[in-house]
Each structure stands twice: as C-alpha cells, then as structure tokens.
Design a protein around this ligand. Structure first.
Ligand code: NDP
Ligand SMILES: CCCCCC(=O)/C=C/[C@@H]1[C@@H](C/C=C\CCCC(=O)O)[C@@H](O)C[C@H]1O
Length: 350
C-alpha cells in the first residue's frame, strides 16, 4: 500500500471503547467488575451506519440481566447516538438515533438489531422531533421508562379518579412518571422512597400527596398515616418485604402492577430473599397482581411517547435527570443509581 493510501485508511479508522464484563457481579456491582477495552471498527458496508454515543442509559435491569452475559461480553444497554457516517438511507448522517448499542462509544449498525445478545428491545429509531425539549429525554420520559410508566400503570392498574395510588422507587425514572400520571388521572398519590429528602422532593416538585421512607422502621405506622383508608393501586418497582407490607394495606379489588424487583437484583437469582406471605390478604381482598415487561406494549410505544410529550409540553409532567459526565464514569453512574443516589432518570453524557 502506498504511504498516502495507508495514512488515508488510518485517518478513517474508528476505535470504539466499550465496557466488558471482567467478573460476574456478586452482590452490589463494583468498579472492578467491568473494564474498558478498545476495538477497531471495520469500514462501513452497504446498509450500515456508524453512530457515536452522546447519552447512555444506566438501568436497574442491567444488574439483574448481567449474570446471563459470558465474561468478556459487552454490557447491555441503550443509548442516544449521533450518526456520523451512513450507507443506510433510513439512518442518514447528522441524525440522532436511539439504539440498543450497549456500553460503547461507537457502533456500526444495520438498523435492525442491537450489537449484542441481550434482553428484548426496540430496534434502533431516529429520535422523534421533541421541539425545544432536550435530546436526552429519549432515554427517559420520552423513551423506555416513560412508556413503562404509561402502559404499566394505566393498562394494569386501571386507575379511577379519587383512588389512592402507591409507588415504590417513586423518585426514580419510572416511579416519578407513574406518580404524575396518577395525579393527571385524578388520584391521590403516595411515593415510597429511601430518604425524607427524596420524599419531600416528590411532594414539592411532582405534586405527590405524601410519602413513606422505607428505610425507617415504622413503615406500618407511616402507611396508616398516609393511606388511612387503604390503597387501590400499587405500582411496584421494588418487591421484597416493603411490598408485603403495602399489600396488607390494600383495599378490596385493588390492583398491583409488578414492574420491577430491584430489592432482589443484587441477590443470586436462585436464592431470592424470603418475605412475608401475602396470599391471604390477596384472597380476602380479591386483589389482582400482574407482572409485565415494557415490550408487552412494544407496538404502542409511540402512543405512550406522544402522550407523555404532550403532557410535558403542557407542564403537567415534570421531568428530572441525574446526569453523570464522561463515558469513563459509566460504572460509577450505574452503581450510584442502584444505591439510590439518583433522582429521576440516571444517564451518562459522553
Ligand atoms: N417491567 C419493565 O419493563 C421495566 C421495569 N423497570 C423496573 O422499574 C424499577 C425502577 O427502574 P428505574 O425507574 O429505571 O430506576 P430508578 O430511577 O427508580 O432507580 C432505582 C431506584 O431504586 C431504588 N432502590 C434501589 N435499591 C433498592 C432497594 N433494595 N429497595 C428499595 N428501593 C431500592 C433507589 O431509590 P431509593 O432512594 O428510593 O432507594 C434507586 O434510586 C426497577 O425495578 C426496574 O427494573 C424499569 C424499566 C422497565
Ligand atoms: C431482568 C429483570 C428485569 C426487571 C424488569 C426490568 O427492568 C425490565 C426492563 C426491560 C429490559 C428487559 C431486561 C431483561 C429481561 C430479562 C428477562 C429475564 O427473563 O431474565 C429491556 O428490554 C428494557 C426494559 O424494557
């Protein structure tokens, strides 16, 4: 190869950085469980595009899912990326795309699937026009957490005006949206959080009517105080003993939407935590409990995104993000989200 051609090839070469699993998580994830490696990307083929990460999402499911990944595999995840080069007319250069491109700085995609084996996810899509709203909302209220809140609450809990709704992990990405949708629907809303500061934040910023701090040992007294007449709808992000306590306070024909089980994600999947039995309460009160995964409503995703967008524009749905700067701080952001250091959606800005 002539020297000039070699240099031209070098100048177009893209080196991606990505996080791979160095050690399977045991208990809470540690910085040393993941490591950054570099990967030289090949030139684009017809039908492909190159996308450069701008915002990456850190989500609880990554902790729960990681045991399925072989060591050395790239961590799964969704990001917003800028298309910098394209040989695919549906994904033109200059546009921003939401894709399951995992924990990587640069990705070559055909637009069909993610880069990795992994959980069910939306194929890549161009970020819709949000008007003046920040691009990063596509990872939160105008993305997966937003549609999880919208469908998981409205479809499964079927809330009615005047009913009392309780939400665990209420100050987080999904919980803070569920609470506000419940207020929009005319419900009385109680949030369960890990600190009084977060509880107060919910009341001051998102219009919640009360909160329970699950880290205090008087949970039952707190529940009696905030929901003296009982609970109609429970949106459960957490599971575990707090859920058993809440279920005891539910009213006749109450509905429970099981969205997440974060209290058990740091535990080995084969040895789940033991909690108080709830079946007798469920039977006596004739409660209905349904688990769901976001992709159940996959075909209706944009219905949820568009409704949330309208509510955000109308000022009815407020949105908060906890942003960590720098791709090199992905693991830190992930660990801190699992520890509850976030309010609203935890994301990383490259
Ligand atoms: N079914 C589905 O399709 C989806 C489910 N989910 C689930 O929804 C839940 C919330 O996700 P998301 O909104 O993204 O995350 P959040 O933004 O809510 O962040 C996680 C929060 O969980 C709380 N938390 C952590 N450990 C515990 C614990 N042991 N007990 C109680 N609370 C805890 C922390 O808040 P605090 O300070 O209050 O402790 C932390 O801020 C998760 O369980 C997730 O898996 C999310 C998306 C889709
Ligand atoms: C693995 C626990 C998932 C907990 C709920 C949750 O946060 C779901 C988020 C989905 C996620 C699916 C991730 C893993 C599903 C694995 C199911 C299994 O059987 O292990 C991803 O698709 C984005 C969210 O919709």
């Amino acid at each position: 190869m002539k020297n000039g051609n070699y240099l031209r090839k070098l100048s177009k070469m893209v080196v991606a950085r990505k996080y791979v699993l160095a050690k399977h998580f045991e208990g809470a994830p540690k910085e040393s469980d993941l490591k950054i490696v570099e990967e030289e990307l090949p030139p684009l083929k017809d039908g492909e595009f190159l996308a450069e990460a701008v915002y990456l999402s850190v989500d609880p499911y990554m902790r729960a899912y990681a045991y399925k990944l072989p060591l050395g595999e790239t961590m799964v995840g969704t990001q917003i990326a800028k298309i910098t080069e394209s040989k695919n007319k549906n994904f033109p250069a200059g546009k921003y795309v939401v894709g399951k491109f995992d924990w990587r700085t640069h990705t070559i995609s055909t637009g069909d699937t993610g880069t990795n084996q992994g959980p069910a996810s939306h194929p890549p899509y161009i970020v819709p026009d949000f008007g003046e709203l920040p691009l990063s909302y596509a990872l939160g209220v105008l993305g997966m957490p937003g549609t999880t809140a919208y469908f998981g609450f409205l479809e499964i809990c079927q809330p009615k005006p005047g009913e009392t709704v309780i939400i665990t992990a209420a100050a987080g990405a999904v919980g803070s949206i569920v609470g506000q949708i419940a207020k929009i629907k005319g419900c009385r809303v109680i949030g369960v959080t890990g600190s009084n500061e977060k509880g107060q934040y919910l009341m001051d910023n998102f219009g919640f009517d009360g909160y329970v701090n699950y880290k205090c040992d008087d949970i039952e007294q707190q529940l009696e105080k905030v929901a003296p007449e009982g609970i109609d709808c429970y949106f459960d992000n957490v599971a575990g003993e707090i859920s058993s306590k809440i279920i005891k306070y539910m009213k006749m024909f109450g509905r429970i939407s099981v969205c997440g089980s974060i209290s058990s994600y740091n535990t080995n999947v084969n040895t789940p935590p033991k909690v108080s039995c709830v079946q007798l309460h469920m039977l006596r009160k004739q409660l209905r409990m349904q688990g769901f995964q976001n992709y159940l409503f996959y075909n209706r995703s944009f219905e949820g995104i568009n409704q949330n967008l309208q509510w955000v524009k109308e000022g009815k749905l407020k949105y908060t993000e906890t942003v960590t700067q720098g791709f090199e701080n992905m693991t830190k952001a992930f660990i801190e989200m699992l520890e509850g250091k976030n309010i609203g959606k935890a994301i990383v800005k490259v």
